[in-house]
Structure formats: C-alpha cells, structure tokens
Design a binder for this molecule. Structure first.
Ligand code: SF4
Ligand code: SF4
Length: 373
C-alpha cells in the first residue's frame, strides 16, 4: 500500500516502518474481510472515525449522505468524517416512532431484531409505543400481507469510475497559469492537448432496500406527513439510486403509514393503554387513513411508482458532481456551514448538531462516535 496520507493535516500522525500509512490507520474492508482499495480509511484512535489525513481516496456516497452534504457541508463533516452521531435517546419523537415501526415491521417479516432492545436503546415513551403497538395490532387485525419472495435489507453496492474532462477544472487552473490574458476562453485552441485529458475518480454508492424482489422493491415509512413520501419529486434521490443499482427493477411500492395524530387527553389523565385502544379503534374503522393505498381485497397497502417516473440520468450526474464537491471540501478542509437550515433540516425539524456547532464541543452524554462498518 502506498503512503497517500497528507500528514500535515493530523497532529497525531505516527509514521510506521511497515507498509501501513500511519500506525493508527485502519484500512477499510468488505464484510468478507477483503480490502477496499481506493476508499478512505479509518483511524484507530479513540474518538476518531475516518482518517482526516487521507484526502486522496474517496468516501462512498449514499443517497442520504449526499442529501446531508447538500443540506450543510459542515453537517456532512461532523457526521461522515468525524463520525459524530446523536445518542438515540435524544432523537426527536418522529424519528423514534419511525425507527420503532421499522423494527416492528422487519420483525414481523422475519428479521431477527429486538423490539424491546429498540424501545430501551431509544428510550421511547410509553405513549409513542402505544401508538405504534395499536398500528401493528391494526395491521394484524386487517390481515395485511406482503408478497413472498423478498430479501430484507438487501444492500445497494454500486461502484464505477467517473471521468471528468480537464475543461471542467479549467478556470481555476488558467487563473494560476495565465494571469495576464484578457480573455482566457480565447486561448483554448492552444490548450487542446491539455484539455483532451480526463481525470478519473472512483465513485462508490452504498445503501439498503427495505424489501427487495426480482423486479421491484418496497420502502416502509411511518410519518406524520405521508404526502412527503408519496410525491416522486421528493423521492428522486433515494428511489433513483435504488433503480440505478439494479436494471431489473421495474417499479417500487411506497408503503407509507400515517403516524397517529391523537393527542393525550390530559383532563382525563389518559393512560398509554387507553390511548392505544382509541388509536386501534380508529385504525380498524378507517384503515386507508393510516395504511395509505389500502386495498381491502388484496389486503395490501402502498402506492406504486414506475422506473420511468425517476430521472436516473440526472441522479447519476448529481452523484458525479457531488463526489467532486466532497473531494474538493476534503482537499481544502473548508466544509462551510449553511446557517439557513439550522432550524429546519427537515420540514419542522432542527439540526441535531446545533449544540456542537454553537459551542465547538461535543457532550459525550448526548453524542457518540459511530462504530465502523
Ligand atoms: S487521523 Fe488517525 S490514522 Fe489518520 S493520520 Fe491521524 S492518527 Fe493517523
Ligand atoms: S447547526 Fe446548522 S451549520 Fe451547524 S451543522 Fe447543523 S445545519 Fe450545519
């Protein structure tokens, strides 16, 4: 392995005499313990995640990581390079409910996940648990089924090389080389040999399908705003990625469930059980309000979207551009902040990194460094 680290970026760099990059460097591996050449490595030091001196190799993208990057570059730096994540017990109620529904449904479909552990780890309050339980009891009472033959949590694992013409990088290069020219575009003829060169970057895209079949996939969502997950315009990033990863996929089904909106009756000091009964009765009497697209005959729900509704070409071009922009930030070290989204990272949801952003410190009670995968 060649030494590709820029040691000036890390005060803890510790050169080694074998063929490692740094004594703390941890090269990435696949699940089968094979090398992943070309991918940025990790750091073995405590409280570290990616090696910050490894700015030559790429970090794989996913639809959610590019959404994070495009929302706020600094947020991407905190989450994907420093590996900071909020401890699950501090998540907002909507995220906790979504996680619980996800685990309940995965468990129902055969995945070995623990509902009890999730409730404990995320410290989900009893009223949220009661609502999700009522939804699940409704799901079973209505005898809802899914088609057989699925793979749960099938992975998206795409990688290909992207070629970027040197002309894309022209203005910056020319402004250094030809400072006295009045019209830098007029001399492109002289530079043709240089412009015909291309730069090659490896691009790697990762992710998971909730449920994958031979010709389609199904995505589960629990939301207070289901319309967000039923508009192809807002699904372009995620669903285009999933279609790109497998040319056999013809359509997808968005299985969206409305998170029950019933409020606790504080005057009557309503218990979680009583709230659960109220929600269950409403689910049974109005199933299509909760299970969007519910079909009583088929005993299924969800909304179908076809491959042609997603602009895969645009999605691919977006990945190609964003991988360069991420590399550019890593080279310059300038992951600038986008203060406009701090209070509205998703509709009505503030950024969970505000405390770190304001103070420059990470509270270990509230945050932790994610584990390596
Ligand atoms: S981040 Fe870690 S692995 Fe990378 S140079 Fe610094 S100490 Fe070494
Ligand atoms: S608080 Fe604002 S600036 Fe800081 S990471 Fe979040 S979105 Fe970016």
């Amino acid at each position: 392995m060649k030494n590709l680290l820029d040691s000036s970026r890390c005060q803890y760099f510790l050169p080694s005499f074998d063929d490692k990059e740094c004594d703390y460097y941890d090269p990435p591996e696949t699940e089968l313990m094979e090398d992943k050449p070309g991918e940025c490595g990790f750091c073995k030091r405590p409280d570290s995640y990616r090696c910050i001196a490894d700015v030559a190799r790429i970090i794989p993208l996913s639809h959610s990581s590019i959404d994070t990057f495009l929302t706020c570059h600094y947020l991407y730096y905190l989450k994907k390079i420093l590996g900071i994540e909020m401890r699950p017990q501090f998540f907002g109620p909507a995220l906790k409910a979504g996680k619980l529904w996800d685990v309940v449904k995965q468990r129902h479909l055969g995945e070995k996940v623990s509902i009890k552990d999730t409730v404990e780890e995320y410290q989900i309050d009893e009223y949220t648990v009661a609502k999700v339980r009522a939804l699940y009891h409704g799901y079973k009472e209505l005898e809802i089924v899914v088609e057989d033959g699925y793979a749960l949590q099938a992975s998206v694992d795409m990688s290909y090389e992207i070629e970027v013409p040197a002309a894309s990088l022209l203005p910056r290069i020319l402004s250094d080389v030809i400072v006295d020219e009045n019209n830098i575009w007029g001399i492109r003829e002289d530079l043709k040999p240089f412009l015909s060169k291309t730069w090659t970057f490896p691009l790697s895209i990762a992710g998971f399908y909730d449920r994958k079949y031979q010709t389609y996939f199904a995505e589960d969502k629990l939301s207070s705003r289901p319309e967000f997950y039923l508009d192809p315009f807002f699904l372009q990033s995620q669903n285009s990625t999933y279609f790109m990863a497998d040319p056999n996929l013809e359509y997808c089904i968005q299985e969206v469930v409305l998170f029950p909106q019933q409020k606790i009756n504080k005057k009557k000091d309503e218990s979680a059980e009583a709230l659960g009964v109220r929600v269950f009765n409403d689910v049974i009497s109005k199933p299509s309000k909760y299970f969007i697209g519910f079909d009583r005959k088929k005993r299924m729900y969800g909304k179908k979207f076809f491959r042609g509704e997603f602009d895969l070409q645009a999605a691919e071009e977006r990945y190609k551009q964003v991988v360069l922009e991420v590399l550019s930030c890593r080279w310059t070290g300038n992951f600038y902040r986008n203060f406009k989204v701090c209070n509205n990272i998703l509709p009505g949801i503030p950024c969970d990194m505000q405390k770190i952003c304001r103070s420059g410190n990470m509270s270990e009670n509230m945050f932790r460094i994610r584990s390596r995968k």
